[in-house]
Design a protein around this ligand. Structure first.
Ligand code: 4AD
Ligand code: MG
Length: 460
């Protein structure tokens, strides 16, 4: 007999004589001639209640062993439920134990702290909250692919092992097969990476952008969506060392169109989740963040604010706020500044553009003022930066000049310069932090709680 999934059974339009479900016992309640189990099979937030009467084989012996956490297989009739809060229940005719769980099972029915649950990341998806988070994570991935595929973007798999440091921030995880205890050394005593596996230094990628540009300047519009790695030692609720990034890249596209796409993208995928993940979202609305529903609706209902970096600095300076990091034209906006702008000043998502060139990577397009580059960041309430992007420098001379200034070896990036040497075009793109978007959509405030197995400093 074929197993039914609870998500489908709960949508049933009529009673069904015989169904089979398999799942995990969330709770068990006993009365004299019956016991009740709440069964969850992961297909939805909702459980299906099973009623087991004394006529079911094993009622007096084996089935007594079933407790929270056990896996079971239940055959029975799907009937209208007498109980409150559910339309259907299953009246068991046969119950088989698949795997018992003893009372050391950590997820007994009580509230657990997020910190405790982080220590059992292999079991936490069996809770309501994390089941919901990871179902939404999956749906959000799908919505992202759909968004781009429907708009003629091609999905490109950029490499994970790379020799380039796209962001130039030096936050790289080295990939090596050299013997760490006795590495080969060159005459100057330094480790000789020419003898390493790829005959040079290699790292885990921090961004697929540079390779993405090669494909955008061939296929027109592309996106990447994959894992990226940063060895930054920032122990915050918004940084992970392994996270997923979505990076569209478009030929024949300037910064304005890039900002337009970022806004349309964020709104469209949020809309998809609101339509497709109603049950899971309701859990977040009720138990995670009471303001979430209004905030999501608000975000969908109006255009994002757009201001230049220079305007942002003026607003911050005239705010009268005593920020921890001083505000000064030319300095990076810190998270406290970004959050002031989006949460307190504008109270809505905000795109800041045209940043000082000296605080941005080598590939961004120099503006006519020669002081700023065509960069943009999208900031959202509660999180801060969710998107970072730019128009890329398409003029070979300006690019080479800029690479020199950033101390980049032209030979290593000759392939990147080729994209300007042969049929160069204006092009732009951005990177969206997938987990940050997921935090925004679910209201979950720590990035560790939206990643199946989070990698953060000091722990794997
Ligand atoms: O602003 P970033 O560093 O931009 C880039 O990497 C560009 N190459 C993207 C592009 O133009 N194609 O990173 C992009 C986004 C950030 O806005 C943030 O949402 C996310 O990636 N991000 C992180 N998310 C989680 N943990 C971290 N350590 C992150 N660092 C960046
Ligand atoms: Mg950034």
């Amino acid at each position: 007999m074929k197993r039914s999934e609870i998500i489908d059974l709960l949508k049933s339009e009529s009673e069904q004589d015989e169904v089979l479900i398999q799942g995990w016992v969330r709770t068990r309640r006993d009365s004299k001639a019956f016991f009740f189990m709440e069964i969850n099979d992961g297909s939805s937030l909702k459980n299906l209640q099973a009623v087991v009467g004394e006529d079911v084989k094993g009622f007096q012996d084996d089935l007594k062993e079933i407790s929270t956490g056990a896996s079971v297989s239940i055959k029975g009739r799907l009937v209208a439920s007498q109980g409150k809060g559910q339309d259907w229940e299953i009246q068991a005719t046969e119950v088989d134990i698949i795997g018992l769980a003893d009372d050391t099972f950590p997820l007994q029915k009580k509230r657990h702290s997020l910190e405790f649950l982080r220590e059992i990341s292999h079991l936490r998806p069996r809770t309501n909250l994390f089941g919901a988070v990871f179902r939404v994570r999956s749906r959000l991935s799908y919505a992202i692919h759909r968004f781009f595929q429907e708009r003629n973007f091609f999905y490109v798999h950029t490499p994970i092992i790379t020799a380039s440091d796209c962001e130039g921030a030096g936050d790289l995880f080295r990939v090596t097969t050299l013997d760490v205890h006795e590495p080969p050394r060159s005459e100057d005593g330094l480790v000789d990476f020419a003898q390493d596996f790829f005959s040079q230094s290699t790292y885990l990628t921090v961004s697929g952008q540079l390779e993405g540009e090669a494909f955008a300047t061939s296929l027109g519009k592309i996106y990447t969506f994959g894992p990226t790695f940063r060895a930054e030692n920032s122990n915050t609720s918004r940084h992970a060392n392994e996270f997923w990034m979505v990076e569209p890249e478009m030929a024949f596209c300037d910064l304005q169109s890039d900002m337009d796409l970022a806004e349309e993208f964020v709104k469209t995928v949020i809309q998809s989740i609101m339509q497709e993940c109603e049950d899971d979202l309701n859990l977040f609305f009720q138990f995670v963040d009471k303001g979430l529903e209004d905030r999501l609706n608000f975000v969908l209902s109006r255009p994002f604010q757009r201001i230049t970096y220079t305007e942002a600095v003026e607003i911050l300076l005239s705010s009268g706020r005593d920020f921890e990091y001083p505000v000064e034209w030319g300095a990076n906006l810190q998270s406290e500044h970004e959050r002031f702008l989006t949460e307190e000043h504008f109270k809505c998502p905000l795109t800041v553009y045209d940043y000082p060139k000296d605080i941005k990577p080598f590939y961004m397009r120099l503006n006519d003022d020669e002081k700023t580059v065509a960069a943009m960041d999208v900031l959202v309430p509660g999180i801060g930066e969710i998107v970072g992007g730019s128009q890329r420098e398409e003029r070979l001379g300006v690019l080479t000049e800029n690479m020199k200034k950033h101390g980049i070896d032209e030979i290593d990036y000759a392939w990147y310069a080729d994209l300007r040497r042969y049929g160069t075009v204006p092009h732009s793109g951005f990177g969206l932090g997938f987990e940050r978007l997921l935090m925004f959509v679910t209201g979950v405030s720590n990035i560790r709680d939206v990643i199946p197995f989070a990698r953060t400093p000091g722990s794997v």
